[in-house]
Write a protein that binds this ligand. Structure first.
Ligand code: 13P
Length: 340
């Protein structure tokens, strides 16, 4: 293990003004996204869409890395350039989703466990040879009546820790992603309590499994009100609750925290990140690793039409730039209207 390499990759991913694009939708997830624009999910449409994202001019000013899915990692641009090579030429680091998705956790109704540890060491060797320098594993925690249980939190934390240490063995930076879902009518306070418990358990398992904190990134949910909660917290309340929760449980040795958007709207996700960075000094970089919050407007502008590629790329550039500004607390909602 080369700690220096791990640290420099982790630092580059959370460089000032930059964050990560999560473009690692599995084949079934991207189908759901394409359904919203009535586009068939063929291998060529998936390839063309990712080419649109990765060839957006100037994106490297705001995007440090891209998380890919196995299929995308092996695909190429129209001119034959493999996607990881195309990204590397722009100074963008390639990452890879390595979990195999979630299943219902046996014995624990309503809860999920993530699969994908079997054979992971071999897959990581191949991914590293294909040019990836960081990875992602997502655990899903559901808030509900009597859940999450400690058994579910511990089982998911152990899987995250085992994945993370395997990555570090090969100098691949693990993004540790325990996502507490927004689904439900719970309050901000409940989300805060569950997120704190989850992260506390995750970090205790990372320690047990000897994960080097300096060579990883954390990808958590923000502390928000449940989607169906009648009393939705304000931007300022979300920012304060999220930072307070993270300060309690995330060691300062972790170089960066890259939030998922988790179903927040694009502007909402940018506003929340901005408000947190505007609060002042934090012991870690606070950045983004958004999927939907970066891509929703892009898909909407593109709709699978070749003559809309440029408009879609402008929309991607704009969203990335605004999130880049939110990294430093320099975003304002007026910037939404500014032409690119
Ligand atoms: P969202 O930002 O759409 O939640 O996706 C981020 C991600 O990578 C989830 O695993």
């Amino acid at each position: 293990m080369n700690l220096q390499e791990l640290q420099s990759t982790a630092k580059a991913l959370v460089a000032p003004g930059k964050g990560i694009l999560a473009a690692d939708e599995s084949t079934s997830t991207i189908k759901r996204r394409f359904d919203t624009i009535k586009l068939e999910s063929t291998e060529e449409n998936r390839r063309a869409y990712r080419e649109l994202l990765f060839t957006t001019i100037g994106i490297q000013d705001y995007i440090s890395g891209v998380i890919l899915y196995d299929e995308t990692l092996r695909q190429s641009a129209k001119d034959g350039t493999p996607f990881p090579t195309l990204l590397a030429r722009q100074g963008v680091i390639s990452g890879i989703k390595v979990d195999k998705g979630t299943i219902d956790m046996p014995g624990f109704p309503g809860e999920k466990i993530t699969e994908g540890l079997d054979g992971l060491r071999g897959r990581l060797v191949e991914y590293r040879n294909l040019g990836t320098r960081f990875a992602k594993w997502r655990a899903v925690i559901t808030i509900g009546n009597g859940i999450p249980t400690s058994t579910c939190l511990e089982a998911n934390a152990e899987a995250l820790a085992r994945y993370a240490v395997l990555c570090q063995e090969l100098d691949i930076v693990p993004i540790v992603e325990p996502e507490v879902l927004m689904d439900g009518n719970h309050t901000l306070e409940r989300c805060a309590a569950v997120t704190e418990d989850t992260l506390h358990i995750v970090f205790s398992y990372l320690k047990k499994h000897k994960v080097i904190l300096e060579g990883m990134l954390l990808k958590p949910n923000m502390v928000v009100s449940g989607k169906d909660c009648l009393q939705q917290a304000s931007v300022a309340e979300v920012a304060a609750a999220t930072v307070r929760t993270l300060r309690r449980v995330v060691p300062a040795a972790v170089p960066g925290i890259v939030f998922l958007s988790g179903g927040q709207g694009p502007e909402e996700a940018t506003e929340h990140l901005n408000a947190m960075n505007a609060l002042g000094y934090h012991p870690w970089e606070l950045s983004f690793s958004y999927g939907r919050a970066l891509q929703e407007p892009v898909l909407e502008a593109w709709r699978g039409q070749a003559d809309k590629v440029q408009a879609a790329q402008q929309s991607f550039f704009h969203r990335a730039k605004l999130n880049g500004a939110a990294r430093d607390g320099n975003y304002s909602t007026q910037m939404e209207k500014k032409p690119v």
